[in-house]
Design a protein around this ligand. Structure first.
Ligand SMILES: Nc1ncnc2c1ncn2[C@@H]1O[C@H](COP(=O)(O)OP(=O)(O)OP(=O)(O)O)[C@@H](O)[C@H]1O
Length: 323
C-alpha cells in the first residue's frame, strides 16, 4: 500500500490504541508485518485502517509531539576546559540566529546539542529546555515528536525514486490533504533556490549536492511541521541562501545557522559567538551592521554572477563587469 513503507509508527498512537510498542522506530509496513495475527484480528485491524488512523492522528497533532513551541533555552553549558558558558541562549519562533566562531570552536556541537535536546549528557554538558521545562523523553527519541529538522552540508539521496514521487510520499505521510499539489509547491520552491534547474521527473540519485540541499530546504520549510531548523554552513550549499532563510521565517520557524559568511551572519537579529566550545557572547545586529547588509548584498550578487559563469564554463570578466 502506498505510504505505509514511508510512514513511521508513533508510540503515542500505538499506546492510545493498546497496540504493542516496538523496541525501535520502524515503518508502518514493517510494524504491520511484525504484528501477531491475534492482535490484528482481535482489534479488527487492516493495514489500510491502521494507516488511515495514524495519518489522521499525526495530522491532528502539532509538531513536537503536541506542543506549541514558545521558547527553546540552552543553559548550563561548559566550554572545552569545563568553564561555564558566559551566557544562556533563549530562542523564539520566527527568529534567525547565526552561530559564528573559528573552525573547530564548537558551532556544530551547539547545533547537535539543540538537535538532541541535550540534558547534560553531551561533551558540553548543556541542558536544553522547551517552553521552560525539561522535554518529555519521547521528544528526544521519537522521529515524529522531535522538534528539529537539520540541513547539513553533506546531503545526498540513496532512494530510487523520482523527485515528485518522493515529495508526494512525504506529503502523504505528513497527512496533507492534496499530496500532489503540496509536492508541486515544494518542487517549485526548490527549483527557484537551486543553482541548476531540475524537474519533477529527475531521479533523486541524480541530484547534485546543491539540488539535494535545495530540495531538503524547501521540504523542511513547506512540508515539515518541525518548528526548529538547524543549518550547518549553508554558504557552500549551492542554493540561494537568503531565499532559503525567507522561506523558513515566513513559516514562523526558529532558524539557527552555523556560518562563516558575513551576509548570513547579519541576516538574523542576533548572532551567537562561540569560543573554545562555549557561548562567549550573544551579539545583537546593530543598525550600522543592518545598513551594511545592502552593500554586502550587492557584492554577493556580483559574486553569485561569477559563480554562475564558472558553472557555465564562461569567461569571468563580462560577468564581473556587468552592473
Ligand atoms: N563545549 C565543548 N566541550 C567539549 N568538546 C567540545 C565542546 N564544543 C565542541 N567540542 C568538540 O570540539 C570539536 C570541534 O567542534 P565542532 O565540530 O562543533 O566545531 P565547528 O565550529 O563546527 O568547526 P567547523 O567550523 O570546522 O565546522 C568536536 O569534537 C566537538 O565535539
Amino acid at each position: 500500500m502506498t505510504g505505509a513503507a514511508t510512514m513511521t509508527v508513533d508510540t503515542d498512537f500505538l499506546r492510545r490504541h493498546g497496540l504493542p510498542v516496538p523496541a525501535a522506530a520502524c515503518s508502518l509496513q514493517d510494524y504491520w508485518q511484525s504484528l501477531p495475527w491475534e492482535v490484528r484480528d482481535g482489534g479488527g485491524w487492516t493495514l489500510a485502517a491502521l494507516q488511515e488512523q495514524l495519518r489522521a492522528f499525526l495530522a491532528a497533532r502539532p509538531a513536537g509531539g503536541g506542543i506549541t513551541l514558545e521558547c527553546l533555552e540552552v543553559t548550563q553549558g561548559c566550554d572545552k576546559d569545563g568553564q561555564p558558558e558566559a551566557v544562556p541562549l533563549c530562542l523564539r519562533p520566527g527568529e534567525v540566529v547565526a552561530i559564528v566562531g573559528p573552525t573547530g570552536s564548537g558551532k556544530s556541537r551547539l547545533l547537535a546539542d539543540i538537535e538532541c535536546l541535550a540534558q547534560g549528557d553531551t561533551p558540553s554538558r548543556r541542558v536544553v529546555r522547551v517552553n521552560g521545562a525539561t522535554p518529555a523523553p519521547r521528544m528526544r527519541v521519537s522521529a515524529e515528536a522531535r522538534l528539529v529538522a537539520q540541513i547539513s552540508q553533506n546531503m545526498n539521496f540513496v532512494l530510487d525514486l523520482h523527485v515528485e514521487d518522493f515529495l508526494s510520499l512525504h506529503a502523504e505521510s505528513c497527512g496533507v490533504a492534496d499530496p500532489r499539489a503540496a509536492a508541486r509547491t515544494v518542487l517549485d520552491a526548490a527549483i527557484a533556490m537551486a543553482g541548476e534547474p531540475f524537474t519533477a521527473a529527475t531521479p533523486l540519485t541524480q541530484l547534485s549536492g546543491g539540488q539535494s540541499r535545495a530540495l531538503m530546504i524547501a521540504d523542511a520549510a513547506l512540508l515539515s511541521a518541525k518548528p526548529v531548523v538547524l543549518i550547518d554552513e549553508i554558504e557552500n550549499a549551492g542554493v540561494d541562501r537568503r531565499q532559503a532563510l525567507r522561506l523558513f521565517t515566513s513559516r514562523g520557524k526558529i532558524v539557527l545557522l552555523s556560518t562563516h559568511d558575513p551576509l548570513l551572519a547579519l541576516s538574523g537579529a542576533r548572532r551567537v559567538i562561540i569560543r573554545n566550545g562555549g557561548i562567549a557572547a550573544v551579539v545583537a545586529t546593530s543598525p550600522e551592521e543592518q545598513a551594511l547588509q545592502a552593500e554586502l548584498q550587492a557584492h554577493d550578487h556580483r559574486l553569485a554572477r561569477l559563480r554562475d559563469a564558472v558553472r557555465r564554463g564562461e569567461t569571468l570578466l563580462p560577468a564581473w563587469q556587468q552592473t
